[in-house]
Design a binder for this molecule. Structure first.
Ligand code: ABU
Length: 385
């Protein structure tokens, strides 16, 4: 009774200023796959980048020859030459995208070398260079990743202004459960002395992260309309993949793929669906479920070996960034200027190459796919398999 009385006297409610009646087709965030014509993209930043401290999760995800680098530079900016040239390369990449008619958005500039502390750990940051790791767009929904590296715990701060803007214009917004990243998440006995040993461990399904709480990097997911592919990696655990499956709901089929990969972290230099019916599959990392694609009549294309020289530092990745490409449409791709063999492969598939040089930016750990997150592509939700 009391409630009724109160509501009778309550003033007429003000409209919620955040309420927006918008049809999903007018939403500024809309992307269902890796290849529909690209309209808007977030491109990462070199500015403020800091080499991660040499923690167990960094050790497990990097190659032995780079360990002295992390020991020397951990917690400090990346070497000056790479900061300067990497920034110039990414700015040129942005200009090329703009000239292609793509709207380019950038994260905030932050100083990632600042220390932060939670009840469970303290760390310095990494960067906002790889939006693909942090943000997954599925349809009209922006999903922030609960990343497993302590150095990435505060990365959301660089993206929040953009995310809020997209939300205010009608996007759906959610974030994976904020992880604790306490010691229970990491296997401190993870026996990595060398890469050969890590190969065996990955083959046995043993990773540096446990199943203590859900974690994932968005770059461990590849979108192919109603089918989304994920891998259990050093940063994405089964708990995280299951969170994603439930979050996406019954409109999507989430498949877990397995690869023979000594260093699984981010699926997009291993496996990428680049057009309806074409999958790029890394020949050094065979996929255990490739029959699924063959049976569906897909062309499985094995890209040629990368040509980048052994002396060029790749502190946080393999050389296979050559296949970490950004599709502007099913017939246009942004590809590294020096990687002639893969350019020829694309051309033989009827795909035109837009050649851009980001070799110094590669050293931060990513190719064109990693350095971007597509916010809007033309097209609708479809089944391709
Ligand atoms: N961040 C993408 C690196 C993946 C790879 O090296 O295979």
């Amino acid at each position: 009774e009391a409630t009724l009385e109160w509501s009778a006297q309550a003033p007429p409610s003000k409209p919620n200023p955040f309420h927006l009646d918008l049809s999903p087709k007018d939403c500024p965030v809309s992307s269902y796959n890796e290849w529909d014509p690209l309209k808007e993209v977030i491109v990462g930043r070199v500015e403020g980048a800091c080499v991660p401290e040499f923690t167990i999760e960094v050790k497990a995800n990097s190659y032995e020859k780079n360990w002295p680098f992390f020991k020397e530079y951990g917690g400090k900016p990346f070497p000056k030459e790479f900061m300067k040239k990497g920034k110039e390369e990414i700015e040129e990449f942005c200009r090329v995208l703009t000239a292609e008619g793509v709207t380019v958005r950038r994260p905030e500039i932050l100083d990632f070398s600042e220390v932060y502390k939670t009840p469970d750990f303290s760390s310095r940051g990494l960067y906002a260079a790889m939006p693909r790791d942090y943000l997954l767009v599925v349809g009209n929904q922006l999903i922030e990743a609960p990343m497993a590296w302590r150095s990435r715990y505060m990365e959301h701060r660089a993206y929040r202004p953009l995310i809020k803007e997209y939300f205010l214009k009608g996007a759906k917004w959610c974030a994976g459960p904020k992880p604790l990243l306490s010691n229970e998440l990491y296997d401190y006995d993870y026996p990595i002395q060398n890469v050969a040993q890590r190969h065996e461990l990955a083959f046995e399904g043993k990773f540096v992260t446990t199943e203590f709480e859900p974690t994932f990097d968005a770059a461990d997911f590849i979108r192919c309309g109603r089918d989304i592919f994920a891998q259990r990696s050093q940063v994405t655990n089964y708990f995280g993949i299951e969170w994603m499956r439930r979050q996406l709901g019954s409109d999507y089929n989430l498949h877990i793929l397995t690869f023979k990969d000594p260093n699984p972290m981010h699926i997009d230099a291993t496996f990428n669906t680049i057009a309806p019916g074409i999958v790029l599959a890394n020949p050094d990392r065979p996929c255990g479920q490739i029959e699924l694609f063959k049976k569906a009549g897909w062309k499985v294309v094995h890209p040629p070996k990368p040509v980048i020289s052994d002396s060029h530092p790749l502190w946080l990745s393999s050389k296979w960034l050559s296949m970490n490409v950004l599709m502007l449409s099913p017939t246009r791709v942004v590809v590294e200027k020096d990687e002639i063999p893969i350019q020829k492969m694309f051309e033989s598939l009827g795909i035109e190459c837009i050649k851009v040089n980001i070799r110094h930016a590669n050293s931060f750990g990513g190719g064109f796919h990693c350095w971007t997150t597509d916010v809007r592509r033309e097209g609708t939700l479809q089944s391709y398999l």
